[in-house]
Design a binder for this molecule. Structure first.
Ligand code: XIL
Length: 468
C-alpha cells in the first residue's frame, strides 16, 4: 500500500534538488465514506485546490474520491517537516504531474511558462503561410484523408459524443476517436461491480455512425480512474491479493466482452512507470500483485479476446526521450515483450506540457520501440501554448513544433496512429486540471475555440502530406 510517507520520500530528493518555487500536483485517492482534511499547521504553505485560491485547510467529502491540490515546494517541505498534515484515512497518494528538478520553476502560476492570452489564429503572421503550404501539399484533402492515404489513423479523444466538436469537426478531420474518461474503470463503475455503460456505449454508437476507429482507454490504471471503493474492498477482504486479482479479471472480462469487435485497441495498462523515481509506480495493483500486475493484466486480456490489439501506454517524463524515464520504460517494455507477454503495441502519450521533444531523440526512441517488433501509437498528444510564451508568434512556434512531430511520426513505419487529447482548444482538459488550469487558455490542439483550424493544423497536415 502506498503511504503518504513513502510518496514524500520519493519526492523529497527532487524537491531538495530545486531551489524554491517548485510546483507539483498531488493526487490523493481517498476512501469513500469519510471526510478528509488537509491541514496547513503553520499557515506558511501555498496550497490550492483545483482552480481555487490559496487555502490553509482543505476538506473533501466522500464523493470526492480523488482530491487534487497543487502547492509549491515549500508545502512539500512543510509536509516532510510535519508542519502540514492530513487528517483522515488516506489510502493512497501519488504525485500526478512531473516534479523533475530544474524543469518546472514557477512563481505561483503554472509551472515554467506564463499564461498566454487567447490568440486568434487569423492574427498569427504565420497563419496564411501555413494554410497555403498545407492546401498545396494536401491538394485540399482533410487531415483524415491525408493520414489514411499513408496508412495512419489520426484521432481525437473527447469527453462525450455530445460536444459541439463531435458533430462536424471530428468526423470531417479524424478517422479515429477516443474517450477522455468514459472507458476508465472508475467511470464505468463508480463503485466496484456497479457498472453503468451508458456513456461508453454512446461512444460506440458515435464511432460506428461516423466510421471512426475507436480506442479503449484504459483497463488498468494505478494512478487514477478506479472505482472509489476499490481500495476499501481490497482492504476488507480476507485475502486482498486474491480479491484484487479476481476483481481485475472480472473487470477485464466484462469490458472486453461487452466491446468485442467494437473497440479496435485497448490501453490494457496505463502509466506503469514511477514519476521521477526508479522502477514502477507504486499503486494498489503493484502493491498487492507486485510488478507482475502488468503482465497479468495483458494475459487476462488476451485470454478474453484473442483479436483485439493490446497496448501498453506511457507518458515519457517531460518528453525527454533519451533520459532515464524513456530508458526505464523501454527496458520495461523490452523485458515484457521478451518474456512473451502479449503486448501488440506501445502507446506513447505525447503530452507536451513542460517541454517539446527534440525531434531526433523522439525519432530515435520510436525506432528503438519499433525494433521490439510492436506497433506504435501516439495516444494523447497536446502541446501547451505556454511553451512558446516568449515567442513573437506563439501560434506559429506551436505550428512549427507540430510540424516537426508530424515529420517524425510519418517517418517511422511502426507508427500507425496519432491521437490528440481533445479535438479543439475549447475542450482541452488542461484548462481544468491543476496546475495547468492557472494558465488557461492552454490552446494545445489543432483547432481553436471556434473549431477553426490553427496554424498548428495546417503545419501538422503539411508534415504528414510531405514526409517521404
Ligand atoms: C484526463 C482527462 O482528460 C481528464 O478529463 C480527467 O479529469 C483526468 O484524466 N494521461 C492519461 C489520461 O492517461 O487518462 C488523462 O486524462 C490525461 C493524462
Amino acid at each position: 500500500m502506498t503511504t503518504v510517507r513513502a510518496i514524500l520520500e520519493q519526492v523529497e530528493q527532487a524537491v531538495n534538488a530545486s531551489d524554491a518555487d517548485f510546483t507539483a500536483t498531488f493526487q490523493f485517492v481517498c476512501e469513500p465514506e469519510g471526510t478528509y482534511r488537509l491541514v496547513v499547521v503553520d499557515g506558511q504553505c501555498d496550497l490550492r485546490v483545483g482552480a481555487g485560491e490559496a487555502v490553509s485547510t482543505v476538506v473533501a467529502d466522500a464523493d470526492d474520491a480523488v482530491l487534487i491540490f497543487s502547492g509549491k515546494a515549500d508545502s512539500m517541505k512543510a509536509f516532510m517537516e510535519g508542519r502540514m498534515r492530513i487528517e483522515g484515512d488516506l489510502m493512497a497518494m501519488s504525485v500526478l504531474t512531473q516534479f523533475t528538478a530544474g524543469g518546472t520553476r514557477s512563481t505561483g502560476g503554472p509551472p515554467a511558462h506564463p499564461r498566454v492570452g487567447y490568440l486568434a489564429p487569423a492574427e498569427s503572421p504565420s497563419h496564411e503561410w501555413w494554410r497555403e503550404q498545407a492546401l498545396e501539399a494536401s491538394e485540399g484533402r482533410p487531415l483524415r484523408q491525408v493520414a489514411a492515404d499513408r496508412g495512419l489513423h489520426v484521432g481525437a479523444a473527447i469527453a462525450t459524443p455530445s460536444l459541439p466538436s463531435a458533430d462536424a469537426l471530428v468526423p470531417r478531420e479524424f478517422n479515429q476517436v477516443g474517450a477522455e474518461n468514459a472507458f476508465k474503470w472508475g467511470t464505468l463503475a463508480k463503485r466496484v461491480g456497479e457498472y453503468d455503460f451508458s456513456v461508453a456505449d454512446a461512444f460506440v454508437r458515435y464511432a460506428q455512425r461516423h466510421d471512426l476507429r475507436l480506442r479503449g482507454h484504459t483497463l488498468i490504471w494505478g494512478r487514477a480512474g478506479r472505482p472509489t471503493d476499490l481500495e476499501a474492498t481490497i482492504r476488507a477482504a480476507s485475502d486482498p491479493t486474491a480479491t484484487l486479482r479476481q476483481l481485475m479479471g472480472e473487470h477485464i472480462d466484462t469490458v472486453l466482452n461487452r466491446y468485442r469487435g467494437q473497440v479496435a485497441a485497448w490501453d490494457v495498462v496505463n502509466e506503469p512507470m514511477a514519476y521521477g523515481g526508479e522502477g514502477l509506480d507504486r499503486n494498489v495493483f503493484s502493491d498487492h500483485l507486485g510488478d507482475d500486475y502488468v503482465a497479468e493484466a495483458f494475459a487476462m486480456a488476451r485470454s478474453v479476446d484473442t483479436e483485439v490489439d493490446l497496448v501498453l501506454n506511457e507518458q515519457i517524463p517531460a518528453n525527454q526521450y533519451n533520459d532515464v524515464g524513456g530508458e526505464q520504460f523501454h527496458r520495461f517494455a523490452e523485458k515484457l515483450i521478451g518474456q512473451g507477454v502479449p503486448i501488440d503495441g506501445i502507446g506513447i502519450q505525447g503530452h507536451q506540457l513542460m517541454s517539446v521533444p527534440d525531434p531526433v531523440e523522439l525519432r530515435d526512441y520510436l525506432r528503438r520501440i519499433e525494433d521490439l517488433g510492436v506497433f506504435i501509437e501516439i495516444t494523447e498528444m497536446d502541446m501547451r501554448i505556454g511553451l512558446f510564451a516568449d515567442r513573437d508568434d506563439p501560434l506559429g512556434a506551436q505550428a512549427e513544433a507540430y510540424h516537426r512531430c508530424a515529420e517524425v511520426l510519418a517517418s517511422v513505419p511502426a507508427v500507425r496512429a496519432v491521437m490528440f487529447w481533445g479535438a479543439a482548444d475549447t475542450d482541452t482538459w488542461l484548462d481544468h486540471f491543476p496546475p495547468f488550469d492557472a494558465a488557461a487558455p492552454n490552446q494545445p490542439l489543432l483547432f481553436d475555440r471556434n473549431l477553426e483550424p490553427k496554424p498548428a493544423y495546417y503545419a501538422f497536415l503539411h508534415g504528414l502530406a510531405t514526409t517521404p
